[in-house]
Write a protein that binds this ligand. Sequence first.
Ligand code: GUN
Length: 283
Amino acid sequence: MAIIIDGKKVSAEVKEQVRLETAQLLQKGIRPGLAVIIVGDDPASRVYVNNKKKACETVGFLSREYALPATTTQQELLDLVKELNNDREINGILCQLPLPQGLDEKAVIEAISPLKDVDAFHASNVGKIMIGDYDFLPCTPAGVMEMLHSYNIKVEGKKCVVIGRSNIVGKPMAMLLLHENGTVTITHSRTKNLSEVTKEADILVAAIGRAKFVGADMVKEGAVVIDVGMNRDESGKLCGDVDFEEVKDKCYAITPVPGGVGPMTIAILMKNTLKACKIQNNC
Ligand code: GUN
């Protein structure tokens, strides 16, 4: 039976550390503040944003939500970002993605001040990650690394395969594994003989957004399997990109969905917001 990597537990530990450091800042009259922008009424985004607000409360941050209608114009959104860039109470700005059709995500990301870009999506922060000299790491990949560290799973020298090449997860995930001296392969929808590649992986990260896509036939015996997916199966139940029931007996360790990577993403967001606050206050 595989080790079930407990994202709830590890994320609680990260948040507790952030809470303690925040309490010290509060004594100096400094309170980290996060602004979360949500546009439209995507139900999944609503759940994510609510969880982010809840985490802010847990660690003692100021949190402000800006819930805008789907009819919001690009200019209105950019004006709000500009206002928040200049708001001294706000240290981190997050615009929940995806945005409704017609809004330009890239332009919004680039409008956020890199100093307040706690998602680490801005081109300047992405570039800093590439050269290994960064302030913020993207929340989901950094959450995965934190889980590996917590379970003492070493990356150095291992064959790491990432399925998916998104800017939010796949690409930065590969870079973080590389920083820890993994031998990394990025695969995607055009990869030929995908299972031949994934079966080589000592550490397999699935970030494709397809329910139960990774079956036992794609996994090497004794591998570590990280499931970044958040999907609904045929019966509407939450599930990941990995067929958990099929894969769990074949691997050394595996993350469940829910309760795996998801809570880690939010814990790292808290860590990034605290860091942004410290940088902006020179402490
Ligand atoms: N949508 C899905 N994941 C994320 C994330 O990490 N940050 C933002 N801003 N939007 C998302």
